[in-house]
Design a protein around this ligand. Structure first.
Ligand SMILES: Cc1cc2nc3c(=O)[nH]c(=O)nc-3n(C[C@H](O)[C@H](O)[C@H](O)COP(=O)(O)OP(=O)(O)OC[C@H]3O[C@@H](n4cnc5c(N)ncnc54)[C@H](O)[C@@H]3O)c2cc1C
Length: 465
């Protein structure tokens, strides 16, 4: 069946009889928050999520902790992200360390927090449902075709939010997209996991004695990357030589404590095989799961044999979702660049402040961008930050769609900076409010939203814009 025949089939047979103001495709880091913000703005909102829980990469890819995004000692993301952190702490699933970093959290706890925040605000969610494609009338989306155990059906709304991380909806709505760097190569993917049954006090002592100081056994953070002067590098070299690890297992190794899960460590690795970097390709994703699980077994053997305190450790969690750092990025009304980041660009339609660095996990070698202006650009001032304009969420060519999160309009380099979770929360919050207003007051037109009023509303809700 060609696409138009397929489109006719589902649009004639299975249009859901209900209408929503806002439908959010993807209930992940940005999408869950967008749904909550929309519901709190009075929208009839539905979040459509492929997995069985909200939170996306922050829950189902087990990416923890939140990366710090501070300037002059102040958190730059507030509003809903602060409320989420407070709720996590109340449950014992979040923590603030002695240095004031309040970004430690338990991904399993976050699932419960997001469920409550969305449903308490009156939002609805449809889990285990894949968004297949938008139905279009001119430059406007009328419905999303979804697939689940009920088959195919079309769900209608006035305004849509594509928070799939991969710009799935935007791409098929005809929005121009970029993917990867100038050669189309994406950042490395990782399959995250945890080790439970760790004697963290012993491990902390060992790490301290070996040049990786730790605040306490409750807030462990240790790492090894080849040729970066990690004190653990000799152990990795030995493990490669005796066949416990492969050379590439040392390309990126990092572990963190998780609040509410004593004796358990969350690993920001293994980094997956370099050729497996396109997270929007289902065949690549499948190969990535296999590659990742094999690497997790090697790393587990390594930790048991080489890290005191891990002798009796066992695999606690293997993340259900592969960790995908970057796939497609929309071309929006504004495209954020690395120059904007270095120059601390400010915008009249700012909806988020960022000072997280350019952080490219390159499959071509090297982890960060070394820029010729390192050290001299405004970015390096103590109180520096740049802003993300609302226009980065507004895709070219479609009138009633917003795209918050890692697929927002930015260059490959700039995306590697703005993609961290708290920025996705802030973008999601702005998108949720704006989509509600667009649906309720402007026939879905996102460009008709009064951005000054949106910024005032974000501030009213505790935001820092
Ligand atoms: C390995 C790794 C480590 C990282 N480390 C950190 C870190 O330490 N701290 C930090 O703050 N950030 C970190 N990041 C970045 C950050 O976690 C992500 O950029 C961010 O979570 C992305 O949010 P998002 O909302 O754009 O996408 P996601 O959170 O991935 O949400 C997308 C959601 O859409 C759903 N979905 C996708 N397609 C469809 C579809 N067609 N139909 C229905 N649902 C769909 C997915 O199931 C998912 O729930 C890391 C990322 C990775 C991959």
């Amino acid at each position: 069946m060609n696409i138009s025949a397929f489109q006719m089939f589902i649009s004639y047979k299975s249009v859901n009889s209900r209408d929503w103001d806002v439908i959010v495709a993807g209930g992940g880091t940005a999408g869950a928050v967008a749904g909550i913000a929309a519901a709190r703005s009075g929208a009839r909102v539905l979040v459509v999520e492929a997995q069985g829980s909200l939170g996306g990469t922050g829950t189902n890819a087990w990416v923890t902790p939140l990366m710090r995004n501070v300037s002059a000692g102040e958190n730059l993301n507030r509003g809903l992200t602060e409320e989420i952190k407070a709720r996590l702490r109340e449950r014992g699933d979040g923590a603030r360390d002695a240095g004031g970093n309040d970004n430690w959290f338990n991904p399993e706890g976050l699932k419960f927090v997001l469920d409550d925040l969305l449903t308490d605000a009156g939002g609805e969610v449809l889990f285990h449902t894949q968004v297949v494609r938008p139905l279009m009338e001119g430059g406007k989306i009328t419905a999303l075709v979804v697939h689940n155990k009920g088959g195919l059906q079309a769900l209608r709304a006035g305004c849509f939010i594509d928070a799939t991380g991969d710009a799935d909806v935007a791409l098929l709505a005809g929005v121009p997209c970029h993917a990867g760097d100038e050669e189309g190569v994406h950042q490395a993917m990782s399959l995250r996991f945890t080790l439970a049954g760790v004697d963290t006090a012993r491990l902390a002592g060992f790490l301290r004695e070996n040049g990786q100081g730790q605040e306490s056994p409750d807030f462990l953070h240790f790492w090894m990357v080849w040729d970066r002067n990690s004190s653990l590098e000799p152990l990795f070299r030995q493990a490669v030589e005796d066949g416990t690890l492969l050379e590439r297992d040392g390309d990126y190794f990092q572990a963190f404590s998780v609040p509410g899960r004593p004796g358990e460590l969350s690993f920001n690795c293994p980094r997956l095989r370099a050729d497996l970097n396109d997270g929007a390709d289902p065949w690549v994703l499948s190969a990535a799961q296999l590659d990742g699980r094999r690497a997790i077994e090697r790393l587990t053997r390594f930790c048991r044999a080489f890290l005191p305190g891990c002798e009796h450790a066992f695999i606690g969690v293997v993340a259900p979702m592969v960790g995908v750092r970057e796939t497609r990025r929309i071309v929006g009304e504004y495209t954020l660049t690395v120059e904007d980041i270095l120059d601390c660009a400010k915008f009249p339609d700012s909806i988020c402040k960022n000072h997280y660095p350019v952080d490219i996990h390159s499959v071509k070698g090297g982890a960060k961008l070394l820029h010729e202006r390192d050290g001299t650009a405004p970015y390096f001032a103590k109180d520096a930050y740049h802003e993300i304009p609302f226009r980065c969420l507004v895709p070219q060519g479609v009138s009633n769609l917003l795209v918050p999160g890692r697929a927002a309009s930015s260059t490959f380099e700039a995306q590697s900076s703005i993609r961290v979770q708290q920025n996705c929360h802030s973008m999601g919050e702005a998108a949720g409010i704006a989509a509600t207003w667009a649906a309720r007051e402007h026939g879905g037109e996102v460009r008709a939203v009064d951005v000054d009023a949106l910024r005032a509303e974000l501030r009213q809700r505790g935001g820092s814009v």
